[in-house]
Design a protein around this ligand. Structure first.
Ligand SMILES: Nc1ncnc2c1ncn2[C@@H]1O[C@H](COP(=O)(O)OP(=O)(O)OP(=O)(O)O)[C@@H](O)[C@H]1O
Ligand SMILES: [Mg+2]
Length: 289
C-alpha cells in the first residue's frame, strides 16, 4: 500500500516538469528555419579566404545605425584584430562575417563573390568559431573535441590535442581524454575549457576563423599555453579576432580601432603607437584593451 501512495504523491511534480519540457520543445520547433534562401546559389569548393567589406552599414533597429561605412580587407591567411570600447560594434562585425547578420547596406565579398549569395552550408564548411563562452556538452573530453569532425582519424585528434595543450591537463586525469565533463563529471577551469574549444577548432581545420578572445583572468602559465595554442590555430587562416590579449593584438597583421560603429584608426601595432591617436590612448591608459 505504502509504495503506490508515495509514488502517487510524486506524480504532480512529474506532470509539472513534463509540461515545462513540452513548452521548451514547442519554443524550439517554432523557431524559424535559417534555410537556404533562394538567392544563395553560389557554391564554394575552395576558398582563398579573402574578405572585403565595402561601405557596410548595419542597424539592429530602424534608425539606429550600429555600424557606419565600414571598409576593410582581410587578405588570405592574415590576422585582423578588432579593438574598441564596449558597444563599439566589434561583435556585430564578427556576426556579419559569420553570416549571422546581413548588412543593411553595402556588401561583404569573399574571394570577390558576394557573401550574401554563397550557400550557407558551403560557407560554414570553411568557417570556424571560437567564442568567449564556448559550448561544451556533457560527455567526455574526447567527444567534445570530436564534435567538430566525428570521422577524424586518431592522429588528427592527437595533433589537435597537442597543439592546443589539452593533454597537459588531461594527462593528470585518471581517465585522460575519456574523463566526463559537465554536471556529472569534473569541472574545468576557464582556461581548460578554452583549450578544448581551440582543439575542436584545430580539428575542424577551417580556412576562415572568427575568434572572440576571452577576458578571463588566467594565471601566467595557462595564459602562455593559450597564447601558444592560439598561435597554432591562427596560422594560415584568415582570422578575425576580437582581441583582448595584447600579445594577439601586437602580432596581428592589421588592427582596426572601432569607435561608435566606425573605424577610426587602422594599422599595425607599431604604426598605431607611433601615430599617438586613439589606439595609443587605449594602450597607455588601459592595461587591457
Ligand atoms: N541584438 C541587438 N539588438 C539591438 N541592439 C544591439 C544588439 N546587439 C548589440 N546591439 C547594440 O549595438 C551596438 C554594438 O554592439 P556590439 O555587441 O557589436 O559591441 P561590442 O563592441 O562587441 O561590445 P563589447 O566589447 O561589450 O562586447 C551597441 O550599442 C549595442 O547596444
Ligand atoms: Mg562584443
Amino acid at each position: 500500500m505504502v509504495a503506490p501512495i508515495v509514488q502517487m504523491s510524486s506524480i504532480g511534480t512529474q506532470i509539472t516538469e513534463a509540461f515545462a519540457g513540452l513548452d521548451r520543445m514547442e519554443e524550439i520547433f517554432q523557431q524559424e528555419k535559417e534555410g537556404e534562401e533562394n538567392d544563395r546559389t553560389l557554391e564554394l569548393k575552395n576558398t582563398q579566404g579573402y574578405f572585403s567589406f565595402q561601405k557596410v552599414n548595419f542597424s539592429y533597429e530602424e534608425g539606429k545605425e550600429v555600424l557606419h561605412d565600414i571598409n576593410f580587407e582581410m587578405p588570405s591567411g592574415s590576422v585582423t584584430a578588432l579593438v574598441g570600447s564596449s558597444g563599439s560594434g566589434k561583435s556585430t562585425i564578427a556576426s556579419l562575417t559569420a553570416t549571422f547578420l546581413q548588412p543593411s547596406s553595402g556588401e561583404i565579398l569573399l574571394d570577390d563573390q558576394p557573401l550574401a549569395q554563397i550557400k550557407l552550408s558551403a560557407y560554414r564548411d570553411h568557417l570556424g568559431l571560437v567564442l568567449q563562452e564556448d559550448f561544451l556538452f556533457e560527455g567526455t573530453i574526447k567527444e567534445n573535441i570530436l564534435f567538430a569532425k566525428p570521422e577524424a582519424q586518431a592522429h588528427e585528434v592527437e595533433n589537435a590535442i597537442k597543439s592546443a595543450y589539452v593533454n597537459e591537463f588531461t594527462d593528470r586525469f585518471e581517465e585522460g581524454l575519456d574523463t566526463l565533463i559537465g554536471e556529472r563529471g569534473v569541472k574545468l577551469s576557464g582556461g581548460q575549457r578554452q583549450r578544448i574549444a581551440i582543439a575542436r577548432a584545430l580539428l575542424a581545420d577551417p580556412k576562415i576563423l572568427i575568434l572572440d578572445e576571452a577576458t578571463s583572468n588566467l594565471d601566467t602559465e595557462s595564459e602562455a599555453m593559450i597564447q601558444e595554442s592560439l598561435a597554432h590555430l591562427m596560422k594560415g587562416r584568415t582570422t578575425l579576432v576580437i582581441a583582448h590579449r595584447l600579445s594577439t593584438i601586437q602580432k596581428a597583421d592589421q588592427i582596426l580601432v572601432l569607435e561608435k560603429g566606425e573605424i577610426v584608426e587602422r594599422g599595425n601595432h607599431e604604426s598605431l603607437i607611433a601615430a599617438k591617436g586613439r589606439y595609443h590612448q587605449l594602450y597607455t591608459y588601459q592595461s587591457r584593451i
